[in-house]
Design a protein. Sequence first.
Length: 552
Amino acid sequence: MPKIINPILKGFNPDPSICRVGDNFYIANSTFEWYPGVTIHHSLDLVNWTLVARPLNRSTQLNMAGNPSSGGVWAPCLSYSEGLFYLIYTDVKSWAGAAPDYENGFKDTHNYLVTSKKIDGEWSDPIYMNSSGFDPSLFHDDDGRKWFVNMIWDYRPGRNSFAGVALQEYSPQENKLTGPVRNIFKGSDIGLTEAPHLYKRNGYYYLLTAEGGTVWEHASTLARSRNIEGPYELHPRNPLLTSVKNRTLVKEGLKGNTNTLREGLFPGPQKAGHASMVEWKENEWILAHLSGRPLKGTLFSPLGRETSLQKIIWKNDGWPYLEKDFPQSEVFFSDKEGLSTPRTYKKNKIEWREDFDKRNWDMELQTLRVFTEDDYDLTIKKSWLRLYGAESPSSLFRQTLLARRVTSFEWRAETCIAFSPDDFQAMAGLIIRYDESTQAYLRIAGEENGRTLGIISFDHNEIDLPLGEQEIRIPDGPIFLAVEMKEGKILFYWSIEGDQWNKIGPSYEAYKFSDEYARPLGFTGMFVGIGCHDVSGRRAPADFDYLTYKEV
């Protein structure tokens, strides 16, 4: 009997789209401004998941230079039909109009389709679909027709941002949307309707949407109709999924009374919503949804929005219901005939290391927005990675940065760097970041009489050099750098030989590296990595021997 311990995909893995092909299960997740775009994990038993693909890995598929923080790839939808995988995604070029209440302003959201015969193969160049909203999906009907749905964004003040769910047919022969656009669903009274997905079972079309906004009041709403164009009736126990047991208490709590907010929430995974579903057995299905884990004693989730699974049961009234009344931290699925791998459980703690000794670095690592080949070189020095400094840590265009997700509240990362900058305009080192506005950078910089080690930090875009004139002068040669998070604090360390470690600078509050702390609202999560920046334009090089990440 498979035992699911949520979240199954820890750290920044939001907006899950689950797809089944035979006995293979796949989940695609949003990546926002991180490149390559979209993560796809694979499992045979729902318990063990392996990262197998980052399909949007060419500039012809995705170029996010200039995209804002928390822009880029939103809510991919993965599906399969007649030997071909289909991946729908949004590239968000602008969402600067989003107010803290998430109701007003323009968004530039371009929707595309790519395909591949193999999940880990080469994916096609994109086919443009539309730009009328975001969170699109593709539904393959049993009569062979294909239907594209997305929410319609309404920029007009007072309209609550949502103008309905658009339905339009997709022609694979013409590689374009065709026929009339129909508005098939206006949402429920929860509001902020997003992420429409269509399913068909026993003659009914089921429309699963996200509602409530992607924070504490998040939810998944289900409606159904005998006709794909509607009208759709709501689930008799709406919403299908939410972490909220009392919306009034949550609303009061968001105004400042955090105890009231907590009283309005169920235990277990928080922020539950933005879901997709797939069959496990005939009357037992899997619901994949995003969730969040607040830092102990706070209402901040620095690990970002993660992926969890729930069991849903189809009842005699033709509706699916969550097995329990609220999302669970542990879920048991029935045994399934033909399960092709033993259900062994992964270690609870990750120990990860990249030694830069292969042609390509580990798939866990990503760059920001674009990949410029000239900025990264694995051939200059054996088993070292050379980074050439590009634009500043505030740039939305071209940063030389390589980072991975943080997946635990207790962890340590470490690297060894060889770097000889000419002056203070060149810097390289170890970075912990949420986005351009919130990050901390243990970096080596040049000075007139050598080089120094210090920290540059960004708190809502306010730059601080906490050591000031007291930055540490370091000798020539490689230097070891480390960062760790424990008890809600982030601390930096350095060493000459890599054995005796010295703390440097102040501690930083981990809660600030979160969606809740971002302005006006963020959608990513905490990353740790290595970077090199040179605002002089001289492209100073920095060499890195390895990068480790260990949960402690």
